[in-house]
Design a protein around this ligand. Structure first.
Ligand code: PLP
Length: 268
């Protein structure tokens, strides 16, 4: 189950490579292992910004794809989609027919009565924007994300996690120098930015790289270049404030304590 638009990093798994390896593995073993693509974010990005990337049903072993309508599908929450390559791949126990109020209805549902407002919202956007509209919206988000990525990467205190931006989101961490000498952490920066109304989360990466703390920006429709400049200015101002600190913040003290346990000692 590869991911297009990994939650923690914004990057894409190499689904084409996985498909190739799986093809070999299935041939060798006689197994018939298929691929489900978790394209919660990427499903509404790749077709518009990178139509030649093969991650979908163009790959033989991909039999189902899920994507979130309420992320880059541009609809309000909560709407998710799942599609199967062919009806034969849809597990029978997931679909059921009911004779309901005079018609035989076959449906795949996790529960019965739900509002259809989100589905209508998606339908409206599809009709209203079309492929061309979605392409323009997503390419614009990519452009703003790449702009922020470049500006963040140019700041002395930061280091981008990856050189490339493949979805309109990216993460970065403190530069090596700041990791050693700063009296603050990205958690402090998150708290300061929150005071200006920005929700820019700081969090640690998953198991085996959990000592890496990153911060993430997600750019969606409506985030203009002007807004990006306002955010970047607030980040610069917050960093300038934090750099003035004489004593480490409590989150930095906690970090030092943890590092000390690991045998690394920094002095302030
Ligand atoms: C958001 C997300 C999910 C959850 O999808 P929802 O539609 O929000 O329930 C699953 N996987 C990834 C990679 C995601 O980014």
């Amino acid at each position: 189950m590869p991911i297009a638009g990994v939650t923690w990093t914004g990057l894409n798994d190499d689904i084409e490579a996985l498909d190739r390896e799986l093809e070999e593995f299935n041939k060798k073993t006689g197994y018939d292992i298929p691929i489900h693509v978790d394209a919660a974010s990427g499903g509404f990005i790749l077709p518009f910004v990178s139509p030649d990337t093969r991650w979908d049903f163009r790959l033989r072993n991909v039999i189902s794809i899920s994507t979130s309508g309420h992320k880059f599908g541009l609809v309000y929450p909560g709407l998710g989609w799942v599609i199967w390559r062919d009806k034969s791949y849809l597990p029978e126990e997931m679909s059921f027919s009911v004779n309901y109020l005079g018609a035989e209805v076959t449906q795949v549902g996790l529960n019965f009565s739900r509002p259809a407002a989100q589905v209508l919202g998606q339908y409206y956007n599809f009709i209203r924007l079309g492929r061309e509209g979605y392409t323009r919206v997503q390419q614009n988000s990519m452009e703003i994300a790449r702009y922020c990525h470049q500006r963040i990467g140019a700041m002395e205190c930061f280091e981008n996690y990856s050189e490339e931006v493949v979805n309109p989101l990216f993460v970065w961490s403190l530069s090596e120098e700041y990791q050693k000498k700063a009296k603050w952490t990205l958690y402090d920066l998150q708290a300061l930015l929150q005071q200006s109304g920005w929700m820019v989360p700081a969090y640690s990466l998953p198991k085996n790289i959990e000592d890496i703390v990153v911060m993430r920006i997600v750019v969606r429709q409506g985030m203009s270049r002007d807004m990006a400049d306002m955010l970047l200015k607030d980040i610069e101002n917050s960093v300038a404030e934090l750099d003035k600190l004489k004593y480490p913040t409590s989150s930095r003290q906690a970090y030092d304590k943890q590092e000390k346990l690991l045998g690394k000692v920094y002095t302030h």
